[in-house]
Design a protein around this ligand. Structure first.
Ligand code: NAI
Length: 331
């Protein structure tokens, strides 16, 4: 199927062109994000392939539907950037890649924990500067600490299994129990209890209207003083300004994020020569106990290969009139 790729980076092109040898779709790669302003690029393409920061709002959807697009193939798991009711009204099919490597994201969350706890980012810079002092690098044993996991789906489960290996106590909050987590001793509790008891809280639930700003000024009041908050899920789960206040007061002692609520205008681009206009982001960057990565948790060789394979198979299925369980439906 003729498919217009938006928001394309070189690594997307490489993985999709390689895997497409088995699928033979006609792929055209555009660098800009899909927004109402760039929607005209999709004219004449029955399918568009998009990523997390493309804007599939009502204006974009109406524009691409008017010029013949019938399929949105998401090359990611989350679909919070799509107005699903408008897509349904316009008869646009939405497909996604529900799982491409839960290990990649879970392992990155653990990486953020280790970097923050053992201050690896500071240690790396110090040693390069021949400063071998240990002052300010004191960490804590993960063994025996309580980890609160919010969302125990595919990624939350992998994360629980890894943290179990560290000898941590595991608490979880989810709208449903994952038996694989219960089997390794994860204790399901209500969210306020999880927030009160955890030394480290890691978010692995989707961004939905009901989870928007799940971590806010009120819920932070439950945190243990000095606790660690990790978010590799979606930026909108956290009210960033509330966390900044909590970092200043010491309620949050460590903050590690791979996602940020206004990342759309920042992440995936080289802005090193520009003046960042987002004061909240700049303030966060200035704290010594904050580590930010720019939405790279998914970024492993295995995940890129799986993303390309499942996305192209989704397009083939829709082209052949087949349905599969990767279709995104309004619930
Ligand atoms: P999943 O669908 O397997 O699991 C999500 C879990 O969250 C489910 O167990 C679900 O019951 C639970 N949940 C739903 N509503 C909840 C609520 N209100 N409170 C607590 N739990 C709730 O999804 P998966 O694959 O584990 O991904 C989780 C999230 O990770 C995705 O929604 C996506 O936003 C994010 N993600 C981030 C990536 C990155 O590169 N940083 C890459 C891939 C996913």
């Amino acid at each position: 199927m003729r498919t217009a790729f938006f928001n394309t980076k070189l690594y997307d092109k490489h993985s999709f062109i390689e895997i497409n040898e088995d699928y033979n779709h006609e792929l055209t790669f555009f660098e800009p994000r899909l927004t109402p302003k760039t929607a005209s690029l999709a004219a004449g393409f029955p399918a568009v392939c998009v990523f997390i920061n493309d804007e599939l709002d009502e204006d974009t959807l109406r524009a691409i539907a008017a010029t013949g697009t019938k399929l949105i193939a998401l090359r990611c798991a989350g679909f919070n950037n799509i107005n699903l009711s408008v897509a349904e009204e316009l008869g646009i099919t939405v497909m996604r890649v529900p799982a491409y490597s839960p290990y990649a994201v879970a392992e990155h969350a653990v990486g953020l924990i280790m970097a923050l706890n053992r201050k690896l980012y500071r240690a790396y810079n110090r040693v390069r500067d021949d400063n071998f002092s240990l002052d300010g690098l004191l960490g804590f044993d993960l063994h025996g600490k309580t980890i609160g996991i919010v969302g125990t789906g595919k990624i939350g489960q992998c994360f629980a299994q890894i943290m179990n290996g560290f000898g941590c106590k595991l608490l979880a909050y989810d709208v449903r129990v994952n038996p694989a987590c219960a089997d390794i001793g994860v204790d399901y509790v209500e969210l306020p209890i999880l927030l009160t008891r955890s030394d480290i809280i890691s978010l692995h639930c989707p961004l939905l209207p009901s989870t928007h700003h799940l971590i806010n000024a009120e819920s932070i009041q439950h945190f243990k003083p000095g606790s660690m908050l990790i978010n590799t899920s979606r930026g909108g789960l956290i009210d960033t300004n509330a966390v900044i206040e909590a970092i200043k007061s010491g309620r949050v002692g460590y903050f590690g994020i791979d996602v940020y609520e206004r990342e759309g205008s920042l992440f995936f681009e080289d802005l090193s020569d520009t003046v960042i206009q987002d004061d909240t982001f700049q303030l966060l960057q200035s704290f010594p106990n904050v580590v930010i990565t720019a939405h790279q948790a998914f970024f492993t060789k295995e995940a890129l290969r799986n993303i390309a394979q499942v996305t192209l198979a989704n397009i083939s299925d829709v082209e052949a009139g087949r349905t599969n369980s990767n279709a995104v439906k309004l619930t």
